[in-house]
Design a protein around this ligand. Structure first.
Ligand SMILES: Nc1nc2c(ncn2[C@@H]2O[C@H](COP(=O)(O)OP(=O)(O)OP(=O)(O)O)[C@@H](O)[C@H]2O)c(=O)[nH]1
Ligand SMILES: [Zn+2]
Length: 353
């Protein structure tokens, strides 16, 4: 078959699919309008997205008589992505269902690339990021730094939470404390906690730090994110995965981001187990902004267009040499930068979804 014929056939198919889709959505819209007119759907109200599963959303009523109640909702077409933490306008049905009409403006959004480098929103309207690490699996500085960069670029406050503090011992404590010291000296808040169901829980100052805010819980699989949330909120009852005996890493128990209310008034969003938090969608200048000790030096190099690679009079290279930027942090920065440049050179589509 000639290329032209094939293209014409493809175009015809695409048009047909498009026409079917638009007919379907027009039918859905007519259906909805009928339901509104006949009083089957309530008037518009504001709601909070608790979680998404497949094509449905759990929406919590934020006002009116059924405030706090959860409805299983569908969404009108073309609303864009809707994720846990989003606020929406919606209409309630009579039977615990409802329809999302629009998404309200977000104050922050956490995105991560999927396997094809395409950005996917994970959670919205977050105030702070709880970066959970643990004595086991051993923390990777590179991964902590990726989360920190994401938090800095989203303008949300990061808090580093060292979980499984009961496993601190003579062998691992000096190394772990040295690692935490790097972050504390940069001004980051660090809390050591115990969240295992086999130990008396110890949450240090965390409850007061997360009070009245929306926090997202991120961290490598197996660090105890679900256990930590269960300790704060026993009714959340998240599945806790056992560490794989061969790798001592977790087994990715959590699959969808979900929002939980805390008794103290704040909210927590639990995200899917993230092993490798990639930063493919940012460029080196953004990465420099995300490393706060590097960001503080920007503008102090001899050349205005300094790339901080080999240039004489580079304030960042000088600070790295004098170790005012911690060598492990600088190494981590260079590794992340190399990974970003590598992804870009392979031509992945980094900026759209
Ligand atoms: N010793 C100890 N073990 C803990 C603690 N907290 C959690 N664990 C254990 O760590 C393992 C992993 O815990 P999870 O809560 O499933 O970890 P997660 O980070 O939610 O894992 P994913 O859902 O895979 O992302 C389980 O075997 C827990 O019992 C703790 O404070 N101390
Ligand atoms: Zn420079």
């Amino acid at each position: 078959m000639s290329q032209r014929k094939l293209n014409r056939r493809q175009a015809w198919r695409a048009e047909k699919i498009q026409a079917e889709r638009s007919a379907r959505s027009q039918k859905e819209e007519r259906n909805l309008s009928r339901q509104v007119q006949s009083g089957l759907l309530s008037s518009e109200q504001t709601g909070l997205v608790i979680c998404r599963y497949s094509k449905h959303f759990e929406i919590e009523a934020m006002e009116g008589q059924d405030q706090g109640e959860i409805h299983k909702c569908t969404a009108r077409t073309n609303l864009g992505s809707i994720v846990a933490g989003d606020q929406v306008t919606w209409r309630a049905g009579s039977d615990g269902t409802g329809v999302i009409e629009a998404r309200l403006e977000r104050r922050s959004i956490l995105e991560r690339p999927d396997n094809f480098g395409k950005l996917k929103p994970v959670a919205a309207n977050i105030d702070q990021m709880l970066i959970v690490i643990a004595c086991e699996p051993t923390p990777q500085i590179n991964l902590i730094d990726r989360y920190l960069v994401a938090a800095e670029l989203m303008h949300v406050r990061p808090i580093i939470v060292l979980n499984k503090a009961d496993l601190l011992n003579d062998q691992n404590s000096s190394e772990l404390n040295a690692l935490l010291e790097i972050y504390q000296s940069l001004g980051y808040h660090v809390e050591k906690i115990i969240s295992s169901r086999h130990q008396p829980a110890e949450l240090a100052d965390l409850p007061s730090l997360i009070d009245q805010r929306t926090s997202i819980v991120v961290g490598q699989s197996g660090v105890g994110k679900s256990s930590f949330i269960n300790t704060l909120l026993p009714e959340a009852n998240l599945a806790v995965g056992d560490l794989s005996t061969s790798t001592r890493e977790g087994t990715h128990t959590t699959t969808q981001a979900k929002l939980f209310h805390l008794p103290c008034g704040g909210q927590l969003i639990d995200s899917p187990g993230i092993r490798d938090f990639s930063l493919w969608h940012i460029d080196p200048p953004q990465l420099q902004q995300g490393f706060i000790e590097i960001a503080a030096l920007l503008g102090q190099c001899r050349f205005r267009d300094c790339k901080h690679e080999h240039e004489p009079g580079c304030a960042i290279l000088l600070a790295a040499e004098q170790e005012t930027i911690h060598p492990l942090r600088f190494e981590s920065y260079e590794r992340i930068k190399a990974a970003i440049l590598d992804q870009q050179s392979r031509g992945l589509n980094l900026d759209s979804y």
